[in-house]
Design a protein around this ligand. Structure first.
Ligand SMILES: Cc1ncc(COP(=O)(O)O)c(C=O)c1O
Length: 377
């Protein structure tokens, strides 16, 4: 585990907690924000994705750090964030719903825009038909595919991008190009590939500018790509345009990010407190936090156990994670363990409430207000 350890929990507090429980350390989250701001040299080039943060008290930390531009994935995240910006007396935010929403989802965006007229709302488009569907008060970023092949228009399809920008007219804000596929283990190779695709983005921006549709912003890069992204000179010096990066996981940090960016100075701000429920067989340790409390279905390691490096996660069921003890003795039944999530974003989305800490002390219990989907609104 390369990142610094979470602050130890006050033992009296730990005994009072009903496990499993998601703990969020606000001090660590604040320092993680500062770590990114030191790389971006201030808030101007960071448009954090809030799909990780999800808790209003944590979203407020972004506002308190002077960040005004955000990305989100759902109308609910947009709504919770707009309310936080208002509560923080920073109502003039800029929220990009970086997802292809259609139908009722676009109406929701229009409703949010009416409710928070000081907030600038925008979303993505990848066709002229979509631009027609997007409400007139909502800005448009053209979604560009840099090879991830999830959404968007191939970066080489300049004519198509131009047609969308033209259809959007005054509502055209810029280009959105998420390169979440760039996590090569060799950091130099990753950087080289990122920069090569950004050369294509610079060329596309130039062609748009020549056609009279200058993008005012180009948004790229999540956590694994953002340090390299910030070093691309062509994007950093685009005439009339600002390049922003959009890491979001970094607010809480996780094992996956440690693997992807070993040099990032971030702390584990979200941990799951659990108890040893059972000691089956000769070397197993089963805790009371399963797949309903900590994400373990993806390709990432489920978790590491703080101060118990000899416990290796082997599997999960809904209310249990099973570890195998290699070597040393097993912790006693009923003892408390603190899990560092492999993938923190879906882990936060699993919780309805979190306990808020300030460097190990309890300061509150908060709702994960931006979790899930609205379904009917
Ligand atoms: C469109 C988009 N932008 C930004 C991000 C943030 O990336 P990360 O979670 O690596 O910080 C994501 C993550 O899924 C994303 O889908």
């Amino acid at each position: 585990m390369a990142a610094s350890k979470p602050t130890p929990l006050d033992p009296d507090l730990a005994e009072r907690i009903l496990t499993p429980a998601l703990l969020i350390d606000l001090g660590a989250a604040r320092r993680n924000i500062d770590a990114v701001l030191s790389l971006t040299a201030g808030p101007a080039r960071w448009r954090p994705h809030v799909k990780t943060a999800k808790v209003p008290e944590v979203l407020a930390l972004y506002a308190q750090a002077g960040i005004r531009r955000f990305k989100c994935a759902t109308p609910r995240e947009a709504e919770v964030l707009a309310a936080v910006l208002e509560a923080e007396s920073t109502p003039s935010g800029d929220i990009l719903l970086a997802h292809h929403v259609h139908g009722r989802g676009l109406e929701r965006l229009s409703e949010l825009s009416a409710r928070w007229p000081a907030v600038t709302f925008s979303t993505l488009a990848e066709s002229v038909e979509q631009v027609v569907e997007i409400p007139p008060e909502v800005g448009v970023f053209v979604d560009i595919d840099l090879g991830m092949a999830r959404t968007g228009i191939d970066v080489q399809e300049g004519d198509e991008v131009r047609a969308i920008a033209r259809a959007a007219g005054d509502r055209f804000r810029g280009l959105h190009a998420y390169d979440g596929h760039r996590h090569e283990a060799d950091l130099e190779e990753r950087s080289r590939r990122i920069h090569s695709s950004y050369d294509d983005l610079v060329a596309l921006s130039g062609a748009l500018r020549d056609a009279g549709h200058s993008p005012s912003e180009v948004v790229t890069a999540g956590t694994p790509a953002f340090p390299a992204a910030l070093k691309h000179i062509g994007l950093a010096t685009l005439p009339g345009s600002v390049h922003r990066v959009s890491p979001g996981t970094v607010i809480y940090h996780d094992l996956r990010s440690v693997e992807q960016l070993p040099d990032l100075k971030a702390e584990f701000a979200a941990t799951v407190l659990t108890r040893v429920a059972s000691l089956p067989g000769a070397n197993r340790v089963t805790c009371d936090a399963g797949s309903k409390s900590i994400e373990g279905t993806g390709p990432d390691r489920i978790a590491e156990v703080l101060d118990h490096a000899h416990l290796v996660a082997r599997g999960q069921s809904e209310e249990h994670t099973i570890f195998e003890a290699t070597g040393s003795a097993r912790p006693a039944r009923g003892s408390l363990l603190r899990l560092i999530p492999g993938h923190v974003c879906p882990t936060v989305n699993l919780a309805t409430h979190v306990l808020l800490l300030e460097d190990g002390r309890l300061v509150g219990r908060a709702e994960v207000a931006a979790r899930g989907h609205e379904a009917l609104a």
